[in-house]
Design a protein around this ligand. Structure first.
Ligand code: S3P
Length: 426
């Protein structure tokens, strides 16, 4: 689907509710499916990725029903049944990587498949540590489909080179089925939603700095409301900062410190961002975020910033084109392994729009502030976050842009365009 976007020549204003967090929704449906009893998840994501997780759990024999548009009820006898067919993870890396951790410890065999984009993404990062636990997984040169042979697992102490919440969660979930203590250590702290939720569900899990340890546990059912997704809020944060004279409020946003890199970066850039009404919802902090368009300066984004804003980097690149000076983003090589190679694609797209941006092996350098000219067509390469980042850039381009493949926004944020329209009306 092609989407034409042009500058609105008026401020964005008003208040919107940010929809459900994708990472937390995945975990809520998967973990509840392993808990004996009835779980209720409110504000479950409508994104296609989380629906993939829900369908995989259903195909493992778990009874899952919608009570209303965003509330699901999960009835489980505490374990999965052997699936009758391959389990389709769609476009979702989180589904495939987390489920592989759970499925290796089951008494049956299973196959995880994915769409063209997911079938190109690296799975060695989970296959290697799971194999150390005694898992047996056949793959297509470390890519999907993954054929998983259920095995008795043994615990490991794993030192990961990557700060990846997907890999960490995969190993912790396998650890739920291994006899003894499994530990996972990462170089920087990645999002800790699995740790928070597993604790809430009674798992024997402990955190000590960058190490998490888990013992074999049976989970208890969950009664949980998913916060709004800061990674979805990011598109509005950037739009509010760069569309002149804007003033917007984003309600109900998850502000777990392992996810708030974007807020810190915006503050470093001199952006007017305020966090209000901080609250705690089932162990996850939430707040309202207020943004006013601002004069911005450049910054460096590297090291332990990266896992705290990895998914926001494409739209942060758009932001940096409007900041005075040189913004450097480095230590983000794993951005090449997302739904698309988000380094080459965002650099190519922003160059096409007229930005001064240079590709690095592990990031990019942007010189600002530049006028974005537009007047061209951009490819999304099946990547939802590229589609929405281009849209935000289109709001300040001199000439209309065309986004090819805009329908991919459905993966994490089907409500994106409607909410943007609401702020355009004000
Ligand atoms: C996610 C972790 C991150 C992130 C992805 C969701 C998660 O991936 O990019 O969108 O839910 O755990 P990595 O663990 O590969 O960094």
């Amino acid at each position: 689907m092609k989407k034409n976007v042009k500058a609105i020549n008026k401020p964005l204003s008003g208040e919107i509710e940010i929809p459900s967090d994708k990472s937390i929704s995945h975990r809520a449906v998967m973990f509840s499916s392993l808990a004996k009893g009835r779980s209720i998840i409110k504000n479950f994501s409508k994104g296609a990725d989380c629906i993939s997780s829900l369908n995989v759990c259903r195909n493992l024999g778990v009874d899952i029903n919608y009570i209303n548009e965003t509330t699901i009820e999960i009835n489980s006898d505490g374990e999965y049944n052997e699936p009758k067919a391959p389990l389709d993870c769609g476009n979702s890396g989180t589904t495939m990587r987390l489920m592989s951790g759970i499925l290796t410890g089951q008494k049956f065999n299973s196959i995880l498949t994915g769409d063209a984009s997911l079938s190109k993404r690296p799975m060695k990062r989970v296959i290697e540590p799971l194999s150390l636990m005694g898992a047996q997984i056949e793959s297509n040169e470390y890519k999907a489909p993954l054929k998983i042979f259920g095995k008795e697992l043994k615990p490991i102490n794993y030192n990961s080179k990557l700060a990846s919440a997907q890999v960490k969660s995969c190993i912790l979930l396998a650890g739920l089925f291994a006899d003894g203590e499994t530990s996972f250590t990462e170089p920087y702290k990645s999002r800790d939603h699995s740790e928070i939720m597993l604790k809430l569900m009674g798992a024997d899990i402990k955190e000590n700095g960058l190490t998490v340890t888990i013992n074999k546990s049976q989970l208890s059912p969950l009664n949980f409301t998913v916060p709004g997704d800061i990674s979805s809020a990011a598109f509005f944060i950037v739009a509010g900062l760069i569309v002149p004279n804007s003033e917007i409020t984003l309600k109900n946003v998850g502000i777990n410190p392992t996810r708030t890199g974007i807020i810190d970066v915006v503050k470093r850039m001199g952006g007017d961002i305020r966090i209000e009404n901080i609250n705690n919802q089932n162990g996850e902090p939430i707040a309202d975020i207020k943004i006013r368009s601002s004069k911005l300066k450049s910054t460096e984004i590297s090291g332990d910033d990266i896992p705290r804003l990895i998914d926001e980097l494409p739209v942060i690149a758009v932001l940096a084109t409007q900041a005075e000076g040189q913004t450097i983003i480095k230590d983000a090589a794993d951005l090449r392994n997302k739904e698309a190679d988000r380094i080459t694609t965002i650099v190519t797209a922003l160059k096409k729009l007229g930005a001064d941006i240079e590709e690095l092996p592990d990031g990019f350098i942007i010189n600002g502030k530049t006028t974005l000219i537009g007047g061209c067509e951009l490819e999304t390469f099946h990547d939802h976050r590229l589609a929405m980042s281009y849209y935000v850039a289109g709001l300040i381009c001199e000439q209309e842009i065309i986004i090819n493949g805009f329908e991919w926004t459905k993966i994490s944020f089907p409500e994106f365009e409607n909410l943007m329209e609401k702020l355009k009306i004000g």
